[in-house]
Design a protein around this ligand. Sequence first.
Ligand code: GRF
Length: 192
Amino acid sequence: MPIPRVLGVLISGRGSNLKAIIGAIADGRLNVRIAVVISNRAGAPGLEHAREAGIEALVLNHLDHLTREAYDMTLVKALRDRGVGLVCLAGFMRLLSPGFVDAFPDRIVNIHPSLLPKYPGLQPQRQALDDGATVSGATVHFVNKDLDAGRIVLQDTVPVRPGDTEHDLADRILEVEHRLYPEAIARVLAAG
Ligand code: GRF
């Protein structure tokens, strides 16, 4: 069965990848509709990108829930109620419980600022610099029950330059992310 071309995007902060996805839809690179953007933080600046594009911007605060599982089931219900076919994590700073992953099998993607399996988890740019890497990059991958370990959809490399700060590297990777994420979503939807 083809994946319904309806996205739910989960964010926690800035939302520049969300903005890139919205842009790709607007200029015809990505044939999909975003049904809802959900943030676990009320003040996430990325919510503004959704509102500006006329997309429902929903705040579901994890602190209002007693357990991770309870929160995740609230997310699942909100996504299902809106007919979401593919869940896109875009800077969503929460680990997903197995119950969430089971609710959308092979239907959750994430973007991570490293060439996975290198530098999973927190501060991947810091990890790359500390490792003396000369190349890093960005990866779009399916989400499974293990951290940053699901099947890879697309990756691209980014040079690490001498004297780079974590910030320099993060910015350079982010430019690649903004091109890569819409392309990877299109690929997942085309593969059905
Ligand atoms: C990106 O670097 C992404 O790879 C990581 O979190 C950051 C989110 O940035 N998962 P933004 O909120 O999309 O601007």
